[in-house]
Ligand binder design. Sequence first.
Ligand SMILES: N[C@@H](CCC(=O)N[C@@H](CS)C(=O)NCC(=O)O)C(=O)O
Length: 235
Amino acid sequence: MIEVYGMSSPNVQKVILMLEETGLPYTFTFVNVFTGEQFAPPFQALNPNTKVPVIVDSDGPGGKAFTLFESGAILMYLAEKAGRFWPADMRARHIVSQWLMVQMGGLGPMSGQYVHFMKFAPPGNDYGRSRYGTEVNRLFGVLEQRLGESTWIGGNEYGIADMAFWPWVRNPILAVPMDKHPTIARWNEAIAARPAAQRMQKWLDTVPRADFAKLQAENPDALDRYFGRGKFSKV
Ligand SMILES: N[C@@H](CCC(=O)N[C@@H](CS)C(=O)NCC(=O)O)C(=O)O
């Protein structure tokens, strides 16, 4: 059994999508990162980087429990465990890994910063909004080009690179202009039509969402701690 620790965010959605695609049995434990549950010692023992997702596979390599964090590493592990969604051929496999890294090191973090500057930064942060927005839009251009040349992001077959990108691309806050990106739109719809993606959406509908106004009223420190600002700033 695989225990997934997480919340509703795209990085967690990737892992649930992969579990639904592979049919590997899993359970889900909600971690409320906005109230600081990721800093509690039992969670830090699972991930010293204090972020979700984390998985604990009770039947890991060698039949022993195995803990893993970082969504990209988790996708590769699950692909290897299931023997699916990551080609065996060395060339094809590393092309998938290459695109997976574009998501992990590019679109994911850049989108995260863009959403922060659009939704949470105080007024007067046009520079940050413009910088991250420009990079996100550039990356959508790269994706549009890739999907014009290849059916799936990693190559001829649907796999972990697609699963890593999809939850970010369909993020309503980023609102990718699909009319300007017809090949992304084609790919987005193809994944949305998959039964596993629909089961992932059903799971997502059950996960608690943050009510930021309520959170701020109940605990004025919570968002500052989450965003590392005010008295929580380390610079
Ligand atoms: N590169 C990491 C990023 C994980 C990440 O940023 N997780 C966020 C939710 S999407 C989180 O746990 N944030 C809590 C915090 O930053 O304290 C991955 O892909 O797993």
